[in-house]
Design a protein around this ligand. Structure first.
Ligand SMILES: NC(=O)C1=CN([C@@H]2O[C@H](COP(=O)(O)OP(=O)(O)OC[C@H]3O[C@@H](n4cnc5c(N)ncnc54)[C@H](OP(=O)(O)O)[C@@H]3O)[C@@H](O)[C@H]2O)C=CC1
Ligand SMILES: Nc1nc(=O)c2c([nH]1)NC[C@@H]1CN(c3ccc(C(=O)N[C@@H](CCC(=O)O)C(=O)O)cc3)C=[N+]21
Length: 297
């Protein structure tokens, strides 16, 4: 039987609606809109598209969004100065510096400069540390948080399940593993040096692929009935010459025959990432205003 499709677009829309309502309450309670500042250095077309959809979503969710586009040749000091200014700005609750940054800029230095309580990407070491020790004040990276939301809405409790995460980046793989561990999964983190990756994957009740290699995970890597979360966004040649399309890290058609449930690409994890960015911004806004964070966020 073909796997159930986990509809990330629908889940994201529902979350955004809840965030929108909570954002209205926040505005009434605090006297100001929750604010997200986005920063994009350079004009990478893919990054520009993502940033545009983030800003549009911010406004649709009754929040205040201010975008700061900077030229591609921006110096590190200039970007750090902007981050400092946003840290001090009381109308800004969340700061997102779009990655990747140009080569002349040290990404780690920029992330370290962001106020951890405005770090709605959850990339600052303080938030990574909070997540690692189970501190509820952690702002958690949006993509793994979105994956966890999809998993819990499909499976309910994750306790005792075997989870395999392919990828160990600081923005997806590692925080994903931390979240699954906190849900009492037995977690394996696989990466480019893992020996016999297909065999490791076949153990997984939950398989999260965050690699960046088009359709790497094949149907015969999958335990029958497993729940598959495909984080990959890979642009490949389309059916017509000159056209491109995006595919995930999982060979979808093969996987669908074996898995119990699977997220599509597009329409899976991607939309959840943006919804979680809005959610994190609103959480940050409540904490900064000393208001209780709504339960259902
Ligand atoms: N949908 C969304 O919202 C988002 C999607 N993405 C997508 O998710 C994917 C991963 O992103 P990100 O974590 O930033 O990527 P990184 O390139 O930072 O990390 C990729 C990871 O995959 C591992 N890897 C690479 N090749 C193999 C292989 N052959 N076998 C096993 N593991 C391998 C690497 O291992 P090693 O550490 O050993 O090098 C690394 O840990 C990308 O496609 C990206 O576009 C990312 C963010 C958000
Ligand atoms: N500081 C920072 N934070 C990020 O969260 C961040 C970043 N930098 N740099 C780039 C990655 C990538 N990312 C995505 C967000 C949404 C979709 C998304 O909405 N995708 C749609 C459509 C994709 C398309 O059609 O191109 C989908 O999967 O359905 C994808 C990828 C956030 N990132």
């Amino acid at each position: 039987m073909a796997a159930a499709l986990i509809d990330g677009r629908a889940a994201a829309e529902a979350l955004r609606a809840r965030v929108g309502i909570a954002a209205d309450f926040f505005r009434a309670a605090s006297g100001r809109a929750a604010g997200l500042a986005t920063v994009l250095v350079g004009e990478d077309p893919a990054s520009s598209v993502y940033i545009r959809s983030k800003i549009k979503a911010t406004h649709e969710a009754n929040m205040h969004g201010v975008h700061h586009p900077l030229p591609a040749d921006t110096r590190e000091e200039q970007l750090l100065a902007l981050v400092e200014q946003l840290n001090r700005d009381p109308s800004v609750d969340g700061i997102l510096v779009q990655l990747p940054l140009p080569d002349q800029i040290d990404t780690a230095r920029v992330i370290a400069a962001i106020d951890p309580d405005k770090d709605v990407d959850g990339f600052h070491v303080v938030n990574a540390g909070r997540l690692a020790v189970g501190d509820p004040d952690a702002l958690v990276p949006c993509t793994p948080l979105g994956c966890l939301h999809l998993l819990k809405s499909h499976l309910g409790s994750l306790s005792g399940l075997e989870a395999v995460v392919i990828g160990r980046s600081n923005i997806v793989g590692k925080p994903m593993a931390a979240l699954l561990l906190a849900e009492s999964c037995t977690v394996t983190i696989a990466h480019s040096r893992t020996s016999d990756l297909p065999e490791v994957c076949r153990r997984a009740d939950i398989l999260v692929a965050a690699v960046g290699r088009a359709e790497m995970v094949r149907g015969d890597w999958i335990k029958p009935g497993a729940c598959l979360i495909d984080v990959g966004i890979n642009r490949v040649a389309g059916a017509e010459p000159g056209k491109t399309r995006i595919v995930g890290d999982v060979a979808f058609d093969e996987a669908r025959e074996v898995a119990g449930a699977i997220t599509p690409v597009p329409g899976g994890v991607g939309p959840m990432t943006i919804a979680m960015l809005l959610r994190n911004t609103l959480v940050a806004a409540h904490r900064r205003a000393n208001l209780a964070v709504p339960e259902d966020l």
